[in-house]
Design a protein around this ligand. Structure first.
Ligand code: ATP
Length: 466
């Protein structure tokens, strides 16, 4: 099998559109900036990733529970969390076209390949340092025009509640799912029999008024996050040990559960200047995207900062009393936070393969991720006995697995289509099937074929999917 070459973002987005993974939002009206919809294949892939995240980090663990909080929370939440005050990106404006850009991204592009700036860590720059850099180096906009001074641009989306008047009506669309976890901490504690250390996870939509556009589903205004707050008593648990355990769990989810190649993944530690002031240590897992190594998943030791902020702003006692020692503490947290849509993009990039020997594009998705686990083909659609037998196979498998049906065109074309959407197995029901109660199973990656009894198909698929 030939090795996979890194696809371009254009190849990925073209395949994603052609085969129903990802469509530009509201395309009939010209699209909406940095917004994408998930089509028939994409919604299955997205759901498979979310379900695997939930199963791996919540269902299979006795120390984890899940919640599902609102997108709009009490606005004080975001004052307490610091988002109203400082959840901002450094923005500059092209003084001619009025297009807006992230100042840090323009500086990164400017220093790329210039040895004199090889020591510069852009993440460490303050907004004033960015301003000096842009003016000292006469950095222009991508259209070659002068730029404004950078200023902090808050990423929270605001909206209003109609039934309440005045300032009180202002609410925010959540900028992260984590704050819904902190604000429910006490209720989870009181309603369950959990003891520290334990974690609360949530998967759902977050919203950020991002300045940077044109990064496909890597950076969108609306996206899904899978976030965990892992609470512990720092006097009883060693944070370094917990942190390392989380690093292992995150990496093995990517490589073993999702099937990502480890050479496309690496850890990056935040520098002291880059790290938030309340965090003791922060690492990102970066993925090798076609546009460079970029953050996929963050892991931060946030101490007791968030709960203390909510204690201060709400006046509620969000502490924990140890049932054995009676010790009262505000728990500390370790936060693994991933973007589900970035996982979708990484899954597509990781799986994309042009098979030169057979002149076909294949999505070699791990079968767990594949939108359909098997495609069922009656050899000919005008032979009722074949269609009936194929339908029998479809109905039997559909009870357990996401399967699809195709009776259009010749078998070769049907294979090519299924290869592009990543279906691991194609099952053809032919005249012999009526005699021997078996089907031809064709393997997506090797194109080899074998005959399997219909009665054995379920266990055949179960073997690959577990
Ligand atoms: P970035 O530096 O790329 O803007 P971030 O450091 O602001 O990301 P976090 O606040 O740590 O991101 O959010 C956790 C995860 O949510 C990120 O690792 C990423 O996978 C995802 N994420 C953040 N912003 C977006 C976005 N606009 N679109 C899609 N995913 C996002």
């Amino acid at each position: 099998m030939s090795e996979a070459k890194m696809p371009t973002l254009d190849e990925i987005s073209a395949l994603a559109k052609r085969r129903g993974f990802v469509f530009p939002t509201s395309e009939i009206y010209g699209g909406l900036t940095s917004s994408y919809d998930y089509g028939p294949m994409g919604s299955e892939l997205l759901k498979n990733i979310k379900d695997l995240w939930w199963k791996n980090f919540i269902t299979l663990r006795s120390d984890m529970v899940g919640i599902d909080s609102q997108i709009m929370l009490h606005p004080q939440t975001w004052v307490a969390s610091g988002h109203v005050g400082s959840f901002a990106d450094p923005m500059v404006e092209d003084l001619i076209t009025h297009k807006r850009f992230r100042a840090d991204h323009l500086i990164e592009a400017f220093i790329e390949g210039k040895s004199e700036f090889s020591q510069l860590v852009v993440e460490d720059l303050t907004i004033d340092e960015m301003a000096s850099f842009l003016s000292d180096n006469k950095v222009k906009s991508p259209d070659g025009n002068p730029l404004s001074e950078p200023k902090a641009f808050n990423l929270l989306f605001e909206t209003q509640i109609g039934s309440v008047a005045g300032e009180k009506a202002k609410v925010y669309l959540r900028g992260e799912t984590a704050q819904g976890i902190f604000s429910n901490f006490k209720q989870v504690l009181n309603s369950t029999r959990l003891q520290l250390p334990f974690g609360i996870g949530q998967v759902g939509k977050s919203f950020r008024n991002e300045i940077t556009t044109g990064q496909f589903i890597f950076r969108t205004l609306e996206f899904e996050q899978g976030e965990i707050e892992y609470f512990f008593n720092p006097n009883q648990s060693n944070w370094e040990e917990l942190f390392e355990k989380w690093q292992d769990d995150m990496m093995s989810f990517l490589t073993d559960t999702l099937g990502f190649k480890s050479e496309n993944l690496r850890w990056r530690r935040h520098t002291d200047k880059e790290r938030s002031f309340y965090s003791k240590d922060t690492y990102d897992i970066d993925f090798n995207f076609p546009f460079g190594w970029k953050e996929l998943w963050g892991l931060a030791y946030r101490t007791d900062y968030d709960l203390k902020q909510h204690i201060q702003h709400s006046g509620e006692a969000l502490d924990y009393t140890d049932p054995h020692t009676g010790e009262k503490i505000v728990p500390h947290v370790i936060e693994p936070a991933v973007g589900i849509n970035r996982l979708v993009l990484a899954a597509l990039i990781n799986a994309y393969w042009f098979d030169e020997a057979n002149n076909r594009t294949v999505l070699r998705l791990n079968p767990r991720l594949a939108p359909y686990k098997a495609a069922i083909f009656p050899l000919l659609k005008n032979k009722p006995e074949l269609v009936a037998k194929a339908k029998e196979v479809f109905d039997k498998l559909a009870k357990k697995y996401a399967v699809t049906w195709d009776d259009r065109g010749n078998i070769g074309k049907r294979y090519l289509y299924q290869d592009e959407i990543g279906t691991p197995f194609c099952l053809t029901i032919d005249f012999e099937s009526l005699e021997d109660e078996a089907v031809t199973v064709r393997n997506r990656d090797t194109t080899t074929q074998e005959r399997i009894k219909i009665a054995d198909l379920e266990s055949y698929l179960a073997n690959v999917l577990n």
